[in-house]
Design a protein around this ligand. Sequence first.
Ligand code: TXA
Ligand code: MG
Length: 326
Amino acid sequence: MTEIFKSNNKKGVQISSEIIKNNGIVAFPTETIYGLGANGLEPRAIKKIFSAKGRPIDNPLILHISSKDDLYRLAFINKKAKKLIDSFWPGPLTIVLKKKKIVPKEVSAGLKTVAVRMPKHKLTTNLIKKSGVPIAAPSANISGKPSPTNFKAVYEDMNGKVDAIIDGGESRIGIESTVIDMTKKKPVILRPGGTTKEKIENVIGKVDKHPFLLEKKAIDSPESPGMKYKHYSPKARVILVESKDKLPYLIKRYKNFCLVTFQKNIKGDKKTVYVKNIKELSKSLYSVLRECDRLKIRTVIVESPLETGLGLGVINRLKKAADRVI
Ligand code: TXA
Ligand code: MG
């Protein structure tokens, strides 16, 4: 059975931390999206995450910590990584470093590295502190589906499969953390997300983007294990529109579609979602994709944002989800 707790229920966090201590699994909110957590030092607990999500076991997990000092027993730190931590933690930045022995191979999927993040969310911090261990947590969705950014989405995918769900309302950012590999001479962004490339470069200088960030195609490389799998995909067909002048034509041509746009003067036929800026798009993207599936909308046409700032992360998700880019 899955216990449900409201975020303002202090007992809920207490009980959830006990579940984690006892090697159970709990879905919980963070500032990016909802995570599905377990004791990150206990293989038996970690395995439960993989089976609840249907996640391939060669895709490693992020360890979530509640204080910067917790990093030292998990990974080897270098100067640039230290700068990132000082500037962006707590926050939506996941840092990949050489792992220490204490990190089980079930977390790192057999790699020599580990991904660590310190979330900026009071409830999450409390939950980690009370649990007394780093919490291993991927997104709390069934593998391949859009990540959950509200309770309804988590419940849809995880009710009956996890020991508890904590309802923390809408996620503030709405896409996942940025994942950066700090084990290379020149750092590499493996997944763009809540912390922008521009901000990172202000602190540590130039970084590389993984060459497949804005490609649909799946790849198989040991350093970026998550990339070869299908991600962020609703049942609906997603069309990403880069050439805005094609929008009027697409609106005429398609039936049973939802339009996600920055422009107030155009409309979808089944549903229209206006977003004011990239922050709003990031915050609503996954919930809109899920809502369209609930409404059995066949196509979602999304006007592309610019590639700067949070836009890079949003375009990355859209490119992976899209059936067509126009
Ligand atoms: O915002 C987030 O990061 C959320 C919340 C819950 O913290 N978590 C999340 O986890 O998105 P997940 O498992 O859905 O995505 C983690 C990504 C995957 O693409 C995985 O392949 C990559 O991080 N990753 C994890 N460990 C890695 C490692 N050692 N080396 C390279 N990539 C790694
Ligand atoms: Mg995920």
